[in-house]
Design a protein around this ligand. Structure first.
Ligand code: ATP
Length: 463
C-alpha cells in the first residue's frame, strides 16, 4: 500500500480499526467466512498470526513448567453432557440478554447499563437487572438504532450445543466445552494415578472453547470460538490462600514479560462472585476501547471436584500425609484468553512514527514473540549475483533460525515498511559489498540503524 494512501486511511481510523486493518493486510487475522459476509464472533489466523499465537503459547507453557510440578493435558472438546450438569454450567452459566424491539439487536443488558455508568454485571439475577433497567430506562438507548424500546432482561445460557452423536429425536444434544477447566477436573484422578504428581500440583492446557456470546464484538476480544490457556493448581485447603497470592504475582509477571507495560495492566476484584468461586480477581488490560479483562485468577475452592464426586460417584479425596486425613483439594485457577492476549500484545506494540521523513506503522513486538525474527533480502532482485549470494545466506541462516523470511518484493524502503508492520526485529540486506568482503547490513526495526556484520557472525548477532 502506498504511503500516502496508508496515511489518509490511518488518519480517520480508531486505533482498534487500525489494528484490524494491519492484521488483515499483513496476514495475522482474517474475518471468519469473509467471502460469505462473515460469521459473527469468528476470526481466522493467518501465517503471522499463527506464529505470534504459538510464541505466546510457548511463553505461557514455559512459565507453567518453571513453576514446577505441572502436568499438561489436551482434553476433548466434547464430553459427556453430565460434565456440564455437574459443573453447574447448564443451570448457571448465563449472560443477560435484552432485545431492542425497534431494530431487533440482541444486546448484553449489563454492558448497556454500564455504558450509562450504572454498576451492573452478568452475575446479577434477572430481577436485579430488570429493576436497574426500569430505574434507568430513560437514560438507556440502543447503541445500534438509538431508540429506547427494550424488552425484559432474560438470562441466556452460554453453552453451545451440537447434534454430534444425536440420531434420534430423543438422543441428547452434546455441549461444546464452555471452558477448558472441566476437562482438567474430570482427569484429575487420571493424572494423579500416573504417580508422577501429588498435591500440590497443577494441570495446564491450551484449547478451544465455545460460548454463545450475545453480542460478539471488539475484534478478538469477544469471540464465540476462542482459546483459553488454563491452569488448575490442586492444593490443600490450608495452603490455598498462599498459593493464590503466589499465582497472582506470577500471572501478572507473565504479561510484563510479554512486553506489556505495567501501567497498562491492573488488578480488579469481582464484586459478584460466579457460582464456583470463593475469590476472584481479573488482570485487566487497557485495550484501545478501555480497561477490560485479560485473565481471571480464581480460588475455586473444592466446588468442582466435590460436584464431580457427587455426580460421578468417583472419590476425589486425597490423603493428607501429615494428618492422615482424606480431603478434597482446593483449586487455584489461572484462566487466560489467548485471543485477548494476542489483541493486548498487538495493541501494546502498535505504533506510528516517522523514519527518514516518512510516516510508518511499526509493531514493536518483543523479539521473542515476533513471528519473524529476521528478513533477508538481496539489495536488487534483477542482479543474479546478489540474488545467488542472498539465497546462500538465507539457506544457511534458516537452518539456525527457522523463523526468517525471504523478501525481494518492491524496493528496499517498501520491504522495510512491510517488515516493520509485521514486527520483524531485523532486516538483513545482501549488497555489492557482501560480494567483496562477505559482510551484510543488519537494520534494526526500532531505530532504523544499520550495522555491517560479517556473514560468519550473523547468527550470533541475530540471536
Ligand atoms: P467476560 O466477563 O469478559 O465475558 P469471563 O469472566 O466470562 O469474561 P472467564 O470465564 O473467566 O471469562 O474466561 C477466562 C478468560 O477467557 C477471560 O479472562 C478471557 O481472557 C477469555 N475469554 C472469555 N470469554 C471470551 C470471549 N468471548 N472471547 C475471547 N476470549 C474470552
Amino acid at each position: 500500500m502506498c504511503a500516502l494512501k496508508l496515511r489518509m486511511e490511518n488518519n480517520n481510523l480508531s486505533k482498534l480499526d487500525k489494528i484490524v486493518s494491519l492484521t488483515k493486510r499483513r496476514g495475522f487475522v482474517f474475518q471468519g467466512s469473509e467471502i460469505y459476509g462473515g460469521f459473527a464472533g469468528m476470526y481466522d489466523y493467518g501465517h503471522h498470526g499463527v506464529a505470534l499465537r504459538q510464541n505466546i503459547v510457548n511463553a505461557w507453557m514455559r512459565t507453567m513448567r518453571m513453576h514446577g510440578k505441572m502436568a499438561f493435558l489436551d482434553s476433548s472438546i466434547f464430553t459427556s453432557p453430565k460434565v456440564w450438569e455437574a459443573s453447574g454450567h447448564v443451570s448457571g452459566f448465563n449472560d443477560p440478554l435484552v432485545v431492542c424491539f425497534s431494530c431487533h439487536s440482541k444486546l448484553r443488558a449489563d454492558h448497556l447499563l454500564e455504558s450509562v455508568d450504572v454498576q451492573a454485571d452478568e452475575k446479577m439475577s434477572e430481577t436485579e437487572l430488570n429493576e436497574l433497567f426500569d430505574t434507568n430506562r430513560e437514560k438507556l438507548k440502543c447503541p445500534v438504532c438509538g431508540k429506547k424500546n427494550f424488552g425484559k432482561v432474560v438470562q441466556k445460557n452460554l453453552l453451545a450445543t451440537s447434534t454430534l452423536g444425536k440420531f434420534e429425536e430423543e438422543d441428547e444434544e452434546a455441549y461444546l466445552r464452555g471452558e477448558t477447566a472441566q476437562g482438567i477436573f474430570i482427569n484429575f484422578k487420571n493424572v494423579l494415578n500416573t504417580g508422577f504428581y501429588n498435591v500440590p500440583f497443577g494441570i495446564a492446557q491450551v484449547g478451544k472453547v465455545f460460548r454463545n456470546e450475545i453480542s460478539p464484538r471488539q475484534f478478538l476480544f469477544r469471540k464465540r470460538e476462542f482459546e483459553q490457556m488454563e491452569m488448575q493448581y490442586f492444593v490443600h485447603p490450608r495452603d490455598a490462600e498462599k498459593a493464590y497470592e503466589d499465582w497472582k504475582k506470577e500471572r501478572m509477571q507473565y504479561y510484563i514479560d510479554l512486553g506489556i507495560k505495567k501501567e497498562n495492566l491492573r488488578w480488579k476484584q469481582h464484586e459478584h462472585l460466579v457460582f464456583y468461586a470463593r475469590d476472584a480477581w481479573d488482570i485487566q488490560y487497557k485495550y484501545p476501547f478501555g480497561w477490560d479483562e485479560l485473565e481471571g485468577v480464581h480460588n475455586r475452592g473444592d466446588y468442582d471436584l466435590t460436584q464431580h464426586q457427587k455426580f460421578s460417584g468417583v472419590d476425589f479425596r486425597v490423603m493428607d500425609e501429615e494428618t492422615k486425613e482424606r480431603y478434597i483439594p482446593y483449586v487455584v485457577e489461572t484462566s487466560a484468553g489467548l485471543d485477548r492476549t494476542i489483541l493486548a500484545v498487538l495493541a501494546e506494540s502498535y505504533d506510528e512514527d516517522e523514519m527518514n521523513g516518512e510516516k510508518r506503522v511499526v509493531l514493536r513486538l518483543k523479539p521473542s514473540i515476533a513471528p519473524i525474527k529476521a528478513a533477508v533480502f538481496p539489495l536488487m532482485r534483477n542482479k543474479p549475483e546478489l540474488v545467488k549470494k542472498a539465497e546462500e545466506v538465507f539457506g544457511a541462516l534458516k537452518k539456525e533460525i527457522p523463523e526468517i523470511m525471504w523478501d525481494d518484493n518492491g524496493n528496499i524502503g517498501k520491504r522495510y515498511r512491510r517488515q516493520d508492520e509485521i514486527g520483524t526485529p531485523n532486516c538483513v540486506t545482501i549488497d555489492f559489498e557482501t560480494l567483496e568482503n562477505d559482510s551484510v547490513t543488519v537494520r534494526d526495526r526500532d531505530t532504523g540503524k544499520q550495522e555491517r556484520v560479517s556473514v560468519k557472525e550473523l547468527t550470533t548477532k541475530l540471536r
